[in-house]
Ligand binder design. Structure first.
Ligand code: ZN
Length: 304
């Protein structure tokens, strides 16, 4: 297929070691690598003054939280921002809050119907449904601290509560799991929604960002190029799914091996859910016939 994506798999880091990526932006990588988290979850510490912001505490890993606190030193953490409430980004929060007394900021879980245990593409519970931010943020809200400001950009799709954060006018966007350089985002219903995801990608087009700092993996240079490639990739994937269905491969479990070659067996579930996400989006737009039953991997699909 001609939808080769310009992935960048290299990443210079050492677990627990703060690395300055831009003025006032330091990344610390947690040691929780997996097919879903790549090398691990990225925590960013923002600011050059005495009061810092932390974006995504990462997992509940003592060594990781200690590494964040060591870097912070005698300075204060005024805010802990959350890109989205998946546990690989939020589980370290209680320990970090206990040590810093920071206030939390994020969108929060406002959509109850999504994100149950059974829907995890990794097969385990991964949504922190109890997170209620001290400072709720919606699209366009600006959070200001000691010499820094972060503007929230509502970007649902991977998660219903996903925010990206733009750093002042520095051209830096903390893109969370919405746009990453090492792989495509997992969009797995009912937690994920393909229509939302594509609209939220579209929203990034035309922005002046120079670099994205994602939730996993290295910096994304030329982010506009990657966003465009992801949009094209999704259009091609959608077409490939429609072609499968028209050619009689009309069950998700038959479609997955056609469009995902050499799939890591640990990712079959995520791939199936991703196909379902496309099917939902095609159905919403009247390109597939709605089915009477809830969508599943075994249900036959028919085109209009
Ligand atoms: Zn993540």
């Amino acid at each position: 297929m001609a939808d080769e994506l310009p992935f960048k798999k290299t990443m210079q880091f050492a677990y627990g070691e703060p690395r300055e990526l831009a003025e006032g932006v330091v990344r610390i990588v947690a040691n929780n690598p997996s097919p879903f988290t790549y090398k691990g979850s990225n925590t960013y510490v923002v600011g050059t003054g005495n009061e810092l912001a932390v974006i995504d505490p990462g997992p509940a890993d003592d060594a990781h939280i200690e590494a964040i606190l060591r870097y912070v030193g005698t300075r204060k953490v005024s805010h802990v921002l959350i890109t989205h409430t998946h546990r690989d980004h939020t589980d370290g929060m209680p320990a970090l809050l206990a040590a810093t007394g920071a206030r939390t900021a994020g969108y929060g879980r406002r959509i109850e119907r999504r994100g149950t245990k059974g829907t995890s593409p990794s097969g385990s519970e991964f949504v922190d449904k109890d997170f209620v931010p001290d400072v709720p943020l919606v699209d366009g809200d600006v959070l200001e601290g000691d010499g820094w400001s972060l503007t929230a950009l509502f970007t649902p799709g991977h998660a219903p509560d996903h925010l990206c954060f733009a750093l002042g006018d520095k051209g830096v966007l903390f893109s969370g799991d919405h746009v990453m350089g090492w792989n495509t985002s997992v969009v797995a219903p009912p937690e994920g929604n393909m229509g939302d995801y594509i609209r939220a990608l579209d929203k990034l087009q035309g922005r002046p960002d120079k670099v994205f700092m994602p939730g996993h993996g290295g910096r994304v240079e030329e982010p506009a190029r990657l966003v465009k490639a992801f949009l094209l990739h999704r259009r091609m994937r959608e077409q490939a799914i429609l072609d499968c269905i028209r050619n009689g491969k009309n069950r998700v479990r038959d479609i997955v091996p056609v469009i995902y070659k050499d799939l890591d067996p640990r990712l079959v579930n995520a791939a199936s859910l991703s196909v379902l996400a496309h099917v939902e989006h095609l159905t919403e737009r009247g390109l597939l016939q709605p089915t009477a039953e809830p969508l599943s991997a075994d249900l036959p699909l028919s085109p209009f």
